[in-house]
Structure formats: C-alpha cells, structure tokens
Ligand binder design. Structure first.
Ligand code: ADP
Ligand code: MG
Length: 240
C-alpha cells in the first residue's frame, strides 16, 4: 500500500531523515519507536506530505505521491491522521467535528454523514457526546473523537503520532483499546508510540528509528525479545 524509497528530509542545513526505505502492506500495523528527535514525526508527516520530502519517492497504492503532478488532496483524503494534541475544532460540536470533512470535501449528504458519525461514535464508545463541545470532554474522550473524525473520511490508512502522549495515565487505555479494535478490523496503521506493551501486542512489525534512519525492524518478538543493534538495545533498556 505504501512504498517509501530513499526518503530524505532536511530543514535548512539540518538533515533529519537520512534515507528511509520501507514497504507497508495493506492491513499491516507498523509501530515506529525510537528516541525523541530521531525523526519519527517527520517520517509520518512525509507519508501524507504534511512535510515535503527533500529527496526520495513515496508510492501510495501504486501512485507516486511525491511526483509534483500528483493531486495530493485526493491522496490525503485516504490517509487519516491523529496527532498528540487532538486538534479538534473547538467551536464545533463533536458531531460537527466528525461530519465536517465528509460533507465539505467529499460532498456526502448531511443525513448520510450524520449516520456515519452515529456509527463511529458508537465504535469509539461516545454515542452520548454528539452534541457536546470538545472542551466538555476529557483528554481520552477528545482523542477518541479525533480518531472517529479521521475515520469518517473512510481512509485506507491511519497514521498516529503519539496519540496517547498528552493523556493522563488513566485515559491511555481507552484510546489504545479503540486503536486495537481498528487493527483487529484490518485497518492499515502506522503508529508512533512510546506504549511498548501496546506495540508488542498490536504491532505486526516494529520499526526502530534513530538519527533519521531505520536502525532495526522486525516482528515484536524479534525487536523486543532479541534486539540486534546496540542502539535498539540501549533504547529498550531505558523504556522497558
Ligand atoms: P521525533 O518525532 O522522533 O521526536 P521529529 O521528527 O519531531 O522527531 O524531529 C526530528 C528533528 O527534526 C528534531 O531535531 C527537530 O528539532 C527537527 N525538526 C522537526 N521539524 C522541524 C522543522 N519544521 N524545522 C526545523 N527542524 C525541525
Ligand atoms: Mg514526534
């Protein structure tokens, strides 16, 4: 579904991504781990071109999205993204947050968008919050709404950038549970997280990044159980 070839990203003179190569299959759950500053967010943001790569190529469902002629908006519709800080629209209700993009971007009729919102709110366990505003919700609830909002566009892949890092500890589980359900439903997912238990349980593949490169990747058992690279070993010894 996604093929990243020799991806480089610089900010000015700073080389942040130094040649990332990865293939992500449909239905696969790839969990990206690594120290702060290693380029995990930049990598994720390059996948949907929130950051424009300096070099390399990204193919999505067979099309080169880094080709300047490619219509990135049509591709972004197929990629849902969830951020650390929710980014809900504060002056819209929960229901409006979810229906906005489908109605405006995809011209989904209001009634149908509402039905989609109702279904998604049930999926994330917040059917009773449709008419509330974001500031009336807890952090965990806001993040579950952010996930529902992304899903309303019926994306082919979901990108998560530390979705639980801003949450109080007691709210982490409810968000991870929603993500786990999504994974079990066959959603293709790329997840940056520091939740190692979740990574091990839900990830099909673990990718360890350091210094703008993929240093090591493998199954959860391989990477967590028997890390090969000293930098992976060092990182895991600090976080496990
Ligand atoms: P991670 O998500 O692994 O913590 P990031 O991808 O956020 O890492 O950042 C990697 C490095 O790139 C950091 O040193 C960060 O300061 C730098 N960086 C990220 N975005 C920008 C930007 N827009 N301009 C300049 N430097 C940036
Ligand atoms: Mg980050």
């Amino acid at each position: 579904m996604i093929s990243v070839k020799n991806l480089h990203k610089s900010f000015g003179k700073l080389d942040i991504l130094k040649g990332i190569d990865i293939e992500i299959a449909k239905g696969e759950v790839v969990v990206v781990i690594g120290p702060s500053g290693s380029g995990k967010s930049t990598f994720l943001r390059c996948i949907n071109l929130l950051e424009v790569p300096t070099d390399g190529e990204i193919l999505f469902e067979g099309a080169s999205i880094t080709n300047p002629k490619h219509d990135i908006n049509s591709t972004r519709e197929k990629m849902g993204m969830v951020f650390q800080h929710f980014n809900l629209f504060p002056h819209k209700t929960v229901g409006q947050n979810i229906t906005l993009a489908p109605t405006i971007v995809k011209n989904v009729p209001a009634e149908e968008a509402n039905k989609i919102a109702d279904d998604l709110l049930k999926t994330v366990g917040l059917a009773d919050k449709k008419d509330n505003y974001p500031n009336q919700l807890s952090g965990g609830q806001k993040q579950r709404i952010a996930i529902a909002r992304a899903l309303a566009m019926q994306p082919h892949v979901m990108l998560f950038d530390e979705p639980t890092s801003a949450l109080d500890p007691e709210m982490v589980g409810e968000v991870l549970d929603v993500m786990k359900k999504l994974a079990e439903g066959g959603m293709t997912m790329v997840i940056v997280t520091h939740e190692m238990g979740f990574a091990r349980e839900v990830g099909d593949r673990i990718v360890f990044m350091d210094g703008g490169k993929i240093v090591e990747e493998g199954t959860p058992d391989e990477v967590f159980g028997n890390p090969q690279h000293p930098r992976t070993q060092d990182f895991l010894s600090k976080v496990l």
